[in-house]
Design a protein around this ligand. Structure first.
Ligand code: PGA
Length: 255
């Protein structure tokens, strides 16, 4: 019912040449991967070239960020219509690195998600608790607040177009993955909150897990009922590694 979505978040890695070389190596590896949606989010500077390199394949292009305003005096920023221009199907918003390093609030994330939807780009909205928040028993409260704030401007009729990425901050880039059971617990909670807000559409919203997803743990994560994909940083930088993650249903399983 929900097509799994495996997305590569390259963060500030790969120039144009490296992005195109990735596509050339990666596309043949996933050419026969069926029943999954595959998304690549390079830095802004590589969007155009990577978009050309994946043109004609089933792989989709994503941006890592967007500014909510359509145009204006916002030095250094990129609007949703500029991303449409480059063929972006998705854009990541509210990543914990942007929340922590660039002080992005839920309200700002909500405006970004709304701008994307208005331009037909699907937002991947990230939420997740820090270790401190988890240890203080605040995980569910925090996730609820982030969801409410970040999705505040999503019209009910468009709910199915959003993707949620649950990324516990303590698992990002640390090699410390949430156990499948722990992740499932939060995913189920997220779906319940989505149902409260959007009703039946919540059953059709994809919820990705992110945080040290690797070829050897993707299978057990994806086996959970409410985990519908992965947002992958480090392990998405090599074509073989990300292709194995995309093919979790064929080659997966603990090694
Ligand atoms: P990671 O990053 O896979 O390197 O932990 C995930 C993310 O930040 O989206």
């Amino acid at each position: 019912m929900r097509t799994p979505i495996l997305a590569a978040n390259w963060k500030m890695h790969k120039d144009v040449g490296e992005s195109v070389a990735f596509a050339e190596a990666f596309l043949p590896l996933v050419a026969d991967a069926e029943g999954v949606e595959v998304v690549l989010a390079p830095p802004f500077t590589a969007l155009a070239s990577l978009g050309q390199a994946i043109h004609g394949s089933a792989v989709r292009l994503a941006a890592q960020n967007v500014h909510p305003e359509p145009k204006g005096a916002f030095t250094g920023e990129i609007s949703a219509s500029m991303l449409v221009d480059l063929g972006c199907a998705y854009a990541i918003v509210g990543h914990s690195e942007r929340r922590a390093l660039f002080a992005e609030s839920d309200e700002f994330v909500a405006r970004k998600a709304a701008a994307l939807l208005a331009h037909g780009i699907r937002p991947i909205v990230c939420v997740g608790e820090t270790l401190e928040q988890r240890e203080a028993g605040r995980t569910f409260d925090l996730i609820e607040t982030q969801l409410e704030g970040s999705l505040a401007l999503v019209p009910h009729a468009r709910a199915e177009e959003i993707v949620i990425a649950y990324e516990p901050v303590w698992a990002i880039g640390t090699g410390r993955t949430a156990t499948p059971e722990l992740a499932q617990e939060v995913h189920a909670f997220i779906r319940e909150r989505l149902a409260k807000r959007f009703g039946d559409a919540a059953a059709r919203v994809r919820i990705q897990y992110g945080g040290s997803v690797k070829p050897d743990n993707v299978y057990s994560l994806m086996a959970q009922p409410d985990i519908d994909g992965a947002l992958v940083g480090g392990a998405s930088l090599e074509p073989d590694s990300f292709a194995r993650i995309v093919r979790f249903d064929r080659t997966g399983g603990p090694e």
